[in-house]
Design a protein around this ligand. Sequence first.
Ligand SMILES: N[C@@H](CCC(=O)N[C@@H](CS)C(=O)NCC(=O)O)C(=O)O
Length: 215
Amino acid sequence: MSLPTLYSLRRCPYAMRARMGLLLAEQSVMLRDIVTRNKPKELLEASPKGTVPVIVLDNGEVIEQSLDIMLWALSNNDPHNLLRLDEPLIASEIIELVNHSDTHFIPLLEQYRASARYHNDDLEQRRNLCEELISDLEKRLIKHAYLFGEMPCLADYALMPFVSQFSRVEKKWFVQSQYSGVGRWLKTHYESALYTRIMKQYPQWVESQQEFLFK
Ligand SMILES: N[C@@H](CCC(=O)N[C@@H](CS)C(=O)NCC(=O)O)C(=O)O
């Protein structure tokens, strides 16, 4: 049985969370690093929508959403109890927070980032809209180390790359903001061995035809 193939992009927040989910589930994959301006035909054949991350399983099945990749891997093996399946109420709150972030926060974050990129006048207004979620996270993170208690769960990893993007739009503003809990939580992620592993650089598959064991 061959390992699943993961099409990945180093700095893509969706691909980052998928890689974290895979490592935390101890699911080995063969990683093919891509760049969006030169997508390999094998990726487009497997998933014509052309976004990453995408996983192609041994049986040909394709999983083409980052959250689905995390959930697939963790449903097979969840040694750190990231899904909290033994606490159904918490488990559903975790999924609810991730879904809320995906459907509400991420589009607002994209607008905020665009506003900064193009030096628009509505930067502060767009930042304020993002802060709805950030202040909710702060309330959680001043009470405990992670979003749902003293141990990380799916939401910590699923949200982290996007919250990290938020913190980098106006770095100085963020450092001076009231979000010290979020700042500390991000720092814990950045300093983790897991983060170092997911951010490792690989040669691009399309050029080298080299794929790498990611485990
Ligand atoms: N909903 C998708 C979104 C993935 C996504 O948008 N990835 C970006 C990179 S961060 C991408 O591949 N964009 C394609 C492009 O720019 O052509 C997921 O959760 O996996």
